[in-house]
Design a protein around this ligand. Structure first.
Ligand code: FAD
Length: 396
């Protein structure tokens, strides 16, 4: 039987960062993962370049039943702290858009950073490790692995959410929370593409791959201005991924497909100069031609010239294109979702240390808990901040 000061389950973003910090503070740390590689989601992230944080991190960019929970950790370990660490490891980065920071070269550099930090902290990392059971006694926690028992005073659950089961996601963290009597809030896929019903699905399939700037809003009033992508299954792109976290089944989303112009003014001006110009060609000056053709086939854009477009029809058209109401059929689910909403109820945890109030010595960090960020580096920042806050407390 091997004894450690702390055992961290999950060698993802949060688990590796926490283990490294605790190890560097002098603790004997064991880091376990069921996969054969650490940081598998990091490798996949940001199109292989890892959007590792965001310049504009703020609590308002996180969804949680308790919106105040994330404040303490985000304020104590900030995006600037992680940017500093990235700099110390000589990793070159750039801002892509909206404060999103990506590696110039590869997400592998962030995994290497974390592995090197773990090595610096003498962390024992065991991959392909299945945790069969977790027991608690007066000494701390005792874990049954395949063929051996390991024990520690402190146990950190960093096993992530349910998104992308192909990358090792399991409900392990929720089961441990329930075993220790903690409330787990219902989970659902977030940052995920929408699927559509016919006939909208036909439009999306026909123009699959077309992307347009958009302003998208959910029924709760949340609004994002980002690009929207038509796909074979429905709608995707940053705008849709963002709004999906605020969407509930059965609800509509409203999309402005022409956020950069005043459509009525534009049509009036064009009509004055080119009254015989077709409405289709006029709209194609600001929208992809294939999209205009599809909407025309669906009867949403009349087949007329500008001078034939009467005031009432023009208003209907403006409403259709700037307040396009879409009722998604559903989402693509955990298979393609970037994150999992819900999870371990933050009311069960200390916002300073991430320790479970009902089970001293047991901690939850990263995505396993009910804190979910926007698209754009916010989720990794939560992993770093929550892991750092926890690591500070593990030596107490
Ligand atoms: P994870 O990184 O998911 O790590 C959990 C670890 O626990 C995994 O290694 C898993 O193998 C292990 N594990 C699970 N169950 C067990 C078990 N039973 N026993 C042992 N080990 C177990 N966020 C951003 O901020 N920027 C991005 O660019 C970005 N891109 C993304 C791209 C994709 C394709 C996906 C899926 C997500 C992306 N995210 C991004 C979200 C981000 O990856 C997660 O929010 C973040 O990885 C959560 O960190 P975590 O450590 O809590 O969980």
């Amino acid at each position: 039987m091997e004894r450690f000061d702390a055992i961290v389950i999950g060698a993802g973003a949060a688990g590796m960062f926490c283990a490294a910090q605790a190890g560097q503070a002098g603790l004997r740390v064991l880091l376990l993962d069921n996969g054969k590689k650490p940081g598998r989601k990091i490798l996949m992230s940001g199109g292989g370049r890892c959007n590792f944080t965001n310049l504009y991190v703020e609590p308002a960019a996180y969804l949680s039943q308790n919106p105040h929970f994330c404040k303490s950790a985000l304020a104590r370990y900030t995006q600037w702290d992680f940017i500093d660490l990235v700099g110390k490891h000589g990793i070159a980065w750039h801002e892509k858009t909206l404060g999103q920071l990506f590696c110039d070269d590869s997400a592998e550099q962030i995994v290497k950073l974390l592995v090197d930090e773990c090595t610096k902290g003498n962390v024992t990392m065991r991959l392909r490790s299945e945790v069969l059971s977790v027991e608690r006694d007066e000494e701390g926690f005792s874990l049954q692995l395949n063929g051996e028992t390991v024990t520690a005073k402190k146990l950190v659950i960093a096993s992530g959410g349910l998104s992308m089961p192909g990358l090792g996601a399991t409900p392990f963290g929720y089961k441990i929370a329930e075993q220790f009597g903690l409330n787990v809030l219902p989970t659902r896929a977030g940052l995920v593409p929408f699927t559509l019903h016919k006939p909208m699905l036909d439009v999306s399939q026909t123009i699959s791959g077309v992307s347009v700037p958009s302003v998208i809003s959910a029924e709760d009033g949340t609004v994002f201005r980002e690009s929207l992508l038509f796909t074979h299954r429905g709608l995707s792109g940053p705008a849709v991924l963002q709004i999906s976290s605020y969407w509930q089944p059965g609800e509509f989303v409203t999309i402005n497909l022409l956020p950069d112009i005043d459509l009525a003014e534009f049509l009036d001006a064009q009509r004055a100069d080119h009254p015989n110009q077709s409405l289709k060609n006029t709209l194609a000056m600001h929208l992809p031609k294939r999209l205009v053709e599809c909407l025309q086939q669906l009867g949403q854009i009349p087949d007329v010239t500008l001078k034939q477009l009467n005031v009432r029809d023009q208003q209907t058209l403006v409403d259709t294109l700037t307040e396009w109401r879409v009722q998604p059929n559903g989402t693509e689910g955990y298979r393609t979702a970037e994150v999992t909403l819900g999870g371990v109820d933050t009311n069960e945890l200390s916002s300073r240390t991430m320790e479970a109030r009902k089970a001293p010595g047991l901690y939850f960090i990263g995505e396993v808990m009910d804190v979910t960020g926007w698209l754009g580096g916010y989720n990794f920042q939560w992993a770093w901040s929550s892991a750092w806050a926890c690591a500070q407390a593990l030596g107490d």
